[in-house]
Structure formats: C-alpha cells, structure tokens
Design a protein. Structure first.
Length: 226
C-alpha cells in the first residue's frame, strides 16, 4: 500500500511538472465531471450497477445496486477464503497453492468489476487468466464435480468473451426484452457464476504437474532469463 501510494504521488508530481496546465485542469475540473465517462445504462457497461439501472431507473436501481454489491462482496470473501490466501501467497508455495493464488486474485478482480459503477466490456480482461486457470483445475482435479464446474465456467467464458453478445443488442436498453436484459448483463452473470464456482468447487486434491510439464516450464523459464 505504501509503495502504491508513493508511486501515485510521484506520478502526479511528475505530470504536474511536465504538463502543469493539463494537470491543473484534471485535478480541479475533469476529475469531478463524472458525466464524461458515459451512459451507465449503456450496453458496454457490464456490472451490477448497469444491470439494475437498465431495469429500475432512479433511486430504486441505486438501492438494488448497493444491496446486490453487498451480497457479491460476501460471495467474493467466501471465494477468496477457500483459496487459503495465507498459504497460496506464501514464499515457496507449491503448484496447487499457486493455482489458488491465481484464483484468489481473479476473484478479487471479478468482484471489483461487478461492484464498480463503470466496468466497460474491455475491462473484463481478467476473464483470460480465470478461464485458463479453470481449465488447469479441471485437468488436474480428482473431483468429477469440480471438473465439470470449472470446464463449464471456462467453456461458457470462452464463448461469451469471444462474441461479446451485448454488441448484438440495440444501443438503447429501454426496448430490451427480458431475454435481452439477460444477454446484456451476461458478463456480470458469468462473473457471479465464477465466484460461486471458486467457492463451491475449490481447487483441492489437484495432481502435481507431470515431469514433462515441469520440464517444459523450466526450459521456458530458462529461455526467458537467458
């Protein structure tokens, strides 16, 4: 946190010296001009706020957003908890623990995307490491249920983020049907499902990588460092 804070201050100071007029304009005007960001009900906005604003304009939608964000926060905490972060991020952690470290990181990222007031579709790049990790869990788990859940999550995610189905809907959400509302919030629905899968189907009992896999990774790492 200290490093991040110091980096923020130094970057701002550097920008103020390099572009003083632009920096002054940003910190005194642009930062507070939130309407510049775009329409929160727009189809490219993929989060809980957008989902509720499209259905319940006004204060009702905002209340629903806050309540659902609290529920998703609890869900994310459950997902991170089963990843055993203390062990997962410990120095010298094994392959299974490293997988849990990635899952915990992705769970936090997905939570942020869901509760944020603005999450454009291209912000969902965290789906990529999550899909790859889900495939890894499915390949190494000894649990049939975990394999099916993670494969399903990865498969749906591959299709969903390859197509971006919200792009096929009308620009204005006012005319969307119930099915269109579901399609228009498909990223958010997938994100909630991802948190449920991480929580209810944890990456436990994973087989260790084979000798060939371990050797391949070692050779790849050696290639990058040489």
């Amino acid at each position: 946190a200290a490093t991040a804070g110091l980096t923020f201050v130094l970057a701002g100071a550097f920008a103020a010296v390099w572009l003083p007029r632009d920096s002054l304009g940003y910190w005194t005007h642009t930062l507070f001009h939130t309407t510049r960001i775009g329409d929160p009900a727009g189809r490219i906005n993929q989060n809980l706020n957008a989902a509720w604003v499209r259905i319940l304009p006004g204060i009702d939608g905002q209340i629903a957003w806050v309540l659902s964000s609290l529920a998703v926060t609890v869900l994310a905490l459950c997902a991170v908890h089963v990843c055993r972060p203390r062990e997962a991020f410990a120095a010298g952690a094994g392959p299974a623990a490293r997988i849990n470290a990635v899952l915990a990181t992705c769970a936090i990222a997905v939570w942020g995307l869901l509760v944020s007031p603005t999450s454009w579709a291209h912000h969902w790049v965290w789906a990529i490491p999550l899909i790859l990790t889900a495939i890894t869990v499915a390949a190494r788990t000894s649990s049939r249920g975990t394999r099916i859940a993670h494969l399903g999550l990865a498969g749906v995610g591959l299709i969903l983020f390859s197509l971006g189905p919200f792009q096929f809907l009308p620009q204005s959400s006012a005319s969307w049907s119930l099915l269109a509302q579901i399609v228009g919030s498909s990223y958010s629905i997938w994100g909630i499902a991802a948190l449920v899968v991480i929580w209810r189907f944890p990456a436990e009992g994973l087989r260790a990588p084979s000798v060939d896999e371990a050797t391949g990774r070692a050779e790849l790492a050696q290639t990058h460092t040489s």
